[in-house]
Design a protein around this ligand. Structure first.
Ligand code: NAD
Ligand code: G3P
Length: 356
């Protein structure tokens, strides 16, 4: 299938890929994009990566990336192919791109979409690897809807059990691309698929995206359990309760999400890896272990060193929507994670709250 697909594209104009984001995961993904841009005729060799410029040891991070071919700040273990070019100017990074990939912490995304719009190439399509949600006066707004609305293009979603630090050493993992347009889904699969990164395709963009966003709230709950030194049975219970609420949230607010999506890498597999090896878990563990003495902001700064925590913010955004709809009581787990994170509720209420 992929071979025929490449043949079909061989005579067409080459697809030009840009990565908007250069944090921990953005860098892990651009390694694959760089490799595949070289591997497949259909892609232009050069992959530009937008870097939010900063100084590292007195030098611009872009300069270090472009000379040493490694993002020393956000993914030091993962060398980058030299055809990945770091660009500090967002419009220049996106100029002429026909495949635009967004992978930034979700709180920074909105203004970036506006900036790239006027410079994109012909027939562009987007993919979002951003985990989070937004909201307006009517309720939830998907991150991909922000992109679709602003860019007016088809937008695929990539979410999966993909802890970036593990990807940096090419340990095998899987991911899920949710697509609406099958041709674009295949094209993005070709751009990311690698022996160490098996891409599954699912015709369910909303299910894939919400799984990726909501699992970060569950990871915070799992981290609280670890900080309180609870055992595996307790964490498994929290993961199960969290998964049920993820599914209920999806089916309450959206129609047509497939049950099978929860069994893909973006569903149960991402939930497992994030609740054992992720940053959200780690920060929530530290919060619980500090006995409420440290704030999440302090912990994010101390532990993540510039990387960004998404789960607490997502818990707040989900809570905003639930409050607006008068539905907090129907989602007691999400509500409790929010109350512990933002309203000083005792951390052990993560297990004493009646969830049934
Ligand atoms: N890290 C992972 O293992 C992982 C895995 C899967 C998905 N994700 C998701 O990928 C998305 C991106 O996460 P990440 O890990 O690549 O990033 P990260 O958490 O490492 O974030 C840091 C990035 O944000 C940039 N930044 C800081 N302040 C900024 C500002 N004011 N404006 C714009 N950019 C700014 C930094 O320069 C850096 O590139 C998130 O939604 C995350 O949930 C992460
Ligand atoms: O490190 P986290 O908690 O942001 O989670 C990492 C990824 O989302 C796992 O796929």
């Amino acid at each position: 299938m992929l071979r025929n697909f490449c043949r079909g594209f061989a005579t067409a104009k080459k697809e030009k890929i840009a990565m908007i984001g250069s944090g921990n995961f953005g860098t892990a993904l651009v390694r694959l994009l760089g490799r595949n841009a070289k591997r497949h005729e259909v892609f232009d060799d050069e992959v530009r990566m937008y870097v939010y410029e900063e100084q590292v040891d007195g030098k611009n991070l872009t300069e270090i990336i472009n000379t040493k071919h490694v993002n020393v700040k956000y993914l030091p273990e993962g060398p980058l192919p030299p055809n990945v070019v770091a660009v500090p100017d967002l419009a220049k990074a996106a100029e002429g791109a026909t495949m635009i990939v967004f992978c930034t912490p979700h709180q920074f995304l909105k203004p970036m979409i506006k900036t790239v719009k006027p410079v994109l190439g012909p027939n562009y399509k987007a993919l979002s690897a951003v985990k989070g949600i937004d909201f307006d006066d009517n309720g939830i707004v998907l991150i991909s809807d922000l992109i679709r609305k602003e860019l007016g293009c088809d937008t695929s979603i990539l979410m999966g059990a993909n802890v970036a630090n593990e990807m940096a050493t090419d340990s095998f993992c899987e991911t899920t691309i949710g697509y609406s347009d099958a041709t674009n889904g295949e094209l993005f699969k070709l751009a990311f698929h690698d022996p160490a990164f098996n891409v599954g395709l699912v015709n369910d963009t909303v299910g894939v995206e919400l799984c990726g966003a909501l699992k970060n709230i569950v990871a915070i709950g799992a981290g609280f359990c670890d900080g309180l030194k609870y055992g595996g049975n307790t964490k498994a219970a929290i993961i199960r309760i969290g998964l049920k609420e993820m599914k209920k949230f999806c089916n309450t607010f959206y129609k047509g999400i497939q049950d099978d999506t929860f069994l893909e890498s973006c569903g149960v597999a991402d939930l497992i890896t994030t609740c054992y090896g992720g940053r959200n878990r780690k920060c929530a563990e530290a919060y619980a272990a500090s006995g409420g003495k440290k704030t999440f902001d302090d912990i994010e700064r101390e532990i993540l060193k510039g990387q960004k925590l998404q789960g607490t913010l997502t818990a707040k955004e989900v809570n905003h929507v639930l409050k607006m709809k008068g539905m907090e009581a129907q989602f007691p787990f999400f509500t409790q994670v929010y109350k512990i994170s933002y309203e000083n509720a005792p951390v052990d209420s993560i297990t004493t709250t009646p969830y049934y």
